[in-house]
Design a protein around this ligand. Structure first.
Ligand code: GDP
Length: 196
């Protein structure tokens, strides 16, 4: 698939604004500021397709990007403390609206910060994906911010945490040097093929 042939399609702030699910969807999930936009931009080789936010927690819409054989679905980042109760409720409804709609989800890419332990929200999300039987993978990002020793240690730490989940792909990634990019692209392509 040509990942560079991509365009922004729509932003949904409410469940009734979601695009029709007529293509396999690659869903990107992660806490606010984890590096979700940077990952999407790197995969499609664009500087600013997905907005790299200076203010964490700002993106509270589900954003759709059209590629030749699939859609990228950028979920709003979760876990930003300074968000009002109202906004949190809207966020929860939007997410529920997405996941309740029985969409054509080819793969959910759950992004975690390789440097830090998962947050409660991260674990809740992984638990949800696992229990709901979604095909999902973990991307451990910001790898470049660790030295060699800690890269190894943190990978083992995460492998240990999720060892009970069988066949869970776990890919280290860096938006800075592109480490892991080709592996993620190959995973996406194989899941699209399985879904079609
Ligand atoms: P989002 O809120 O999850 O979309 O996160 P962003 O993509 O906006 O990234 C948040 C911050 O982390 C930005 O300052 C990025 O430049 C930085 N960042 C994201 N990924 C990486 C990475 O792999 N390496 C480094 N060094 N910085 C990163």
């Amino acid at each position: 698939m040509n990942f560079q042939s991509v365009e922004f399609e729509a932003a949904a702030g409410r469940a009734d604004q979601l695009k029709k699910s007529d293509l396999p969807e690659i869903v990107f999930s992660g806490k606010s500021n984890v590096g979700k936009s940077s990952l999407i931009n790197k995969l499609v080789n664009r500087k600013a397709l997905a907005r790299v936010s200076a203010t964490p927690g700002k993106t509270a819409t589900i954003n759709f990007f059209r590629l030749p054989e699939c859609r990228f679905v950028d979920l709003p980042g979760y876990g930003y403390a300074k968000v009002s109760q109202n906004e949190k409720q809207r966020w929860a409804k939007l997410m529920q609206g997405y996941f309740d709609a029985e969409r054509n989800v080819a793969l959910v890419i759950q992004i975690l910060d390789m440097r830090h332990p998962p947050t409660d929200d991260d674990l809740e999300m992984v638990d949800f994906l696992y229990r709901s039987n979604y095909p999902f993978a973990v991307v451990l990002t910001k790898r470049d911010k660790l030295n060699k020793t800690n890269q190894k240690l943190q990978l083992e730490y995460y492998q240990d945490i999720f060892s009970t989940i069988e066949d869970l792909p776990m890919i280290e990634f860096s938006a800075q040097d592109g480490y892991g990019k080709e592996e993620i692209k190959a995973l996406i392509e194989s899941h699209i093929l399985q879904t079609e």
